[in-house]
Design a protein around this ligand. Structure first.
Ligand code: HEM
Length: 119
């Protein structure tokens, strides 16, 4: 049987590291960092990790709101959306994730655009 994306990304441990790196990149990315000024970084990292764990076929540990409810009213732009995706891809590269897995993550993230941008 093929391994799930969750398993190929290193399970909960691997994904927790990837999510933590992605959030650190967001906080240092001037295109989006102002959005997170009021965020509790530890909570943000945990929410991001749990969302990713659930979304890649791991255990159902995410307890947050869905993407539309989370981002509704934030007036997020295309530029901001692309900046978030760039950071996540960079985090995958920092953690030596393979090309096929990067493509699969990108495909899933891109599909969420209509629930996040200008909603
Ligand atoms: C595919 C792209 C994205 C995904 C998968 C995503 C995912 C998430 C998740 C899982 C949460 C945490 C929800 C929770 O734990 O309850 C969150 C919160 C948030 N997201 Fe996104 N997001 C994306 C794009 C964006 C963009 C483009 C922006 C704007 C720059 C943005 C701004 C925020 C903010 C400000 C929060 C709230 C942080 C807080 O409550 O401290 N997101 N997002």
């Amino acid at each position: 049987m093929d391994l799930s994306l969750y398993e190929r990304l290193g399970g909960s441990e691997g994904i927790t590291k990837i999510a933590s790196d992605a959030v650190d990149l967001h906080l240092n990315n001037p295109a989006i960092s102002p959005r997170y000024l009021k965020s509790d970084v530890a909570v943000l990292k945990k929410g991001a990790a749990n969302f990713f764990i659930m979304g890649t076929g791991g255990p159902n540990v995410y307890e947050g709101k869905d993407m539309l409810a989370t981002h509704k009213g934030m007036n997020i732009s295309d530029v901001e959306f692309n900046a978030v995706i760039d950071d996540i891809l960079q985090a995958l590269e920092m953690n030596n994730v393979g090309q096929k897995e990067k493509e699969e993550v990108l495909f899933v993230l891109y599909g969420m655009k209509k629930e996040i941008v200008a909603v």
